[in-house]
Design a protein around this ligand. Structure first.
Ligand code: 13P
Length: 242
């Protein structure tokens, strides 16, 4: 994909009334040329967003189960996400890995499910603070990529979100040079292992209106995955237009 993706991960925030209020204030103007916008609300809000999203703006889910259907209480399949009109699904967000015990094997199975159902996965990778301080950032990130993508060529397009765990929800954004180092390493890894893949690399972790432009100008950064600052329409619009 040629466009830069600016994505809103709403995590476990917002009610139906909040969503109405957000879209009352969200401009119907198309995204700036070369920019794509996507919203990742909690599962039950997906149909409401589908009905409110302006033309051309994309919808995604924050997680999915790897099976197509079955006795998995509380889970949601990629088949249903496709049915609900999802374009994207986040796979392996650090909150899923760290708070819900998702392993790389599980994440790899979820990637395969997303491909099977034609929902473009955004694979989230990133190191913890002690791993960065120990000089292990690239080993961790490239190790996650290898395990989560596997050796077989991905059957269709996907994206990777580099989200350093120490930057998520902390207000500590990665310096552009640190993001550049990791993005370039991911690009080189993809070139070596899956040359020609249709893949963009997004940065996520405390992106705010005042840091978005520098991050988007960083080599290798082809989009942003925004948490807290995407909850307010004015601040998310400022990031989209940065
Ligand atoms: P924050 O922007 O709130 O740090 O969240 C980042 C994130 O986890 C996006 O997926």
């Amino acid at each position: 994909m040629e466009s830069v993706l600016v994505a809103a991960n709403w995590k476990m925030y917002k009610t139906t009334a909040d969503v109405q209020h957000f879209f009352d204030r969200w401009s119907r103007d198309p995204a700036p040329p070369g920019r794509e916008v996507a919203f990742f609300p909690p599962f039950p809000l997906l149909p409401l967003l589908r009905s409110l999203l302006p033309q051309g703006q994309a919808l995604g889910a924050q997680n999915a189960h790897e099976a197509d259907e079955g006795a998995f209480t509380g889970e949601v399949s990629c088949a249903l996400l496709k049915d609900l009109g999802c374009d994207y699904v986040l796979i392996g967000h650090s909150e899923r890995r760290n708070l819900f015990g998702e392993t790389d094997a599980r994440i790899a199975a979820k990637m395969r499910a997303a491909f099977r159902h034609g929902v473009r996965p955004i694979l989230c990778v990133g190191e913890h603070l002690d791993e960065r301080q120990g000089g292990r950032t690239l080993d961790v990130v490239l190790g996650q990529l290898a395990e989560d993508l596997g050796a077989a060529p991905p059957p269709s397009g996907f994206d990777v979100a580099y989200e350093p765990v120490w930057a998520i929800g902390t207000g500590k954004v990665a310096r552009p040079q640190d993001a550049a180092e990791v993005h370039e390493a991911i690009l080189a890894w993809l070139h070596e292992h899956h040359a020609g893949a249709d893949a963009r690399i997004l940065y996520g972790g405390s992106v705010k209106p005042d840091s978005a432009a520098a991050l988007l100008a960083t080599p290798g950064v082809r989009g942003l995955l925004v948490g807290g600052a995407s909850l307010d329409p004015a601040s998310f619009a400022a990031i989209l237009r940065a």
